[in-house]
Write a protein that binds this ligand. Sequence first.
Ligand code: NAD
Ligand code: IPM
Ligand code: MN
Length: 384
Amino acid sequence: SKPTRIAVTPGDGIGPDVIQQSLRALDHLRQQYDLLLEWDVFEWPSTEWHRRNGDMMPADAMTRLAGYDAILLGALGDPGPSRDPHRYVLSDSVSLSPLLQMRKGFDQWVCERPAHQLKGARQYLADPRAADTDMLVIRENSEGEYVGQGGRLRQGQPGEIATQTEIFTRFATERIIRFGFERARKRAGERHETGKPRTFGNPDGEQLESQVCLITKRNALRHWGDMYTEVFAEVAKDYPDVATHHELVDAACMKFVQAPWAFDVVVASNLQGDILTDLAAVISGGLGVAPSCNLNPDDRSQPSMFEPTHGSAPDIAGQNRADPTAMLFTTARMLDWLGEERPALARAGHALYSAVAADLAEHGHEERTTDALGDAILARLGGQ
Ligand code: NAD
Ligand code: IPM
Ligand code: MN
């Protein structure tokens, strides 16, 4: 049969540092599990490519990427002029556009960002119950605050007005909410299998085994909030086994810190999901351990994109200091996703996840270089 093909785009800053460790692990897993897996590494999109060619990626980049089964992306983003005025700088709006282009162009309308307190990871919250946190934030990834509509009137004048329009469609709202309920149901099933069911109270007092919490700001942003609320209620009727909950986004921020263990699946808009998931990353032990993926669940012929939650971290780039854990977990999730059609890939993904989690449990608090952590993962996989 055909090999599974991955487009590897290391990108900027620590992107190449951490992706290097993923490629070492993939190389090993390929042999160990006899995987039909191939990858090509691209210099684009990147700020360096932009410097040489005047664009973040070639004109046919999207067409070329479309031929792959998945995209493994390090990080993009130039620090901008505030960090070092002597080096080449490119504004974020230019350097990050490929990221948004891929999400949009390949219709990766789901962004999944799990947050659970991993054994060994740094625990920022003092409450010991935080150790039980296990939530999945689902970020709407196709529209909302990220549609790029608006502009600047009277630019540079004292009377300037900047507008940034948010667009929410019933179509995209329904599919992301339904996806949330499906995930909740699946998680309840998995907890049953492992003998660790949880219960969540429905508003009517019923105790159910999973929950979807909808995030809005419906007290102030009425049009969007009302539509989200209405669609949520409609979709919920199809899932009587899943408890429903709602939080305003400001209160959700507070509760993520105060009682993150009370959440199961959380569905949020594009921008609010972005903000909530950096917060959720800290609950997991920091940006260094938080994976992420951009999925197109409807059309497997389009590549989904796998990238950690963190950015290019220019403050530590090229110093062998970046934590590759988030990237490695992200890579495991990619194998798992691709493995829904090819079980050997899923087994490899599981092995990678277990190796990284075990390494974290044992050495989580130690200061290690990027390479040393990669070495430890290889050794654990049986590669050295
Ligand atoms: P960032 O996530 O790059 O860094 C925030 C802080 O976390 C920094 O102190 C950094 O050193 C630390 N950090 C992040 N990842 C780490 C890791 N793996 N190991 C150890 N420490 C880590 O966010 P930022 O500084 O706000 O943004 C830097 C650039 O990255 C900007 O251009 C931003 O737009 C971009 N960005 C890109 C992506 C992406 O490509 N997916 C995501 C977020 C931000
Ligand atoms: C993320 C990032 C991106 C986002 C930026 C870099 C455009 O913060 O993936 O979380 O806002 O989606
Ligand atoms: Mn973000």
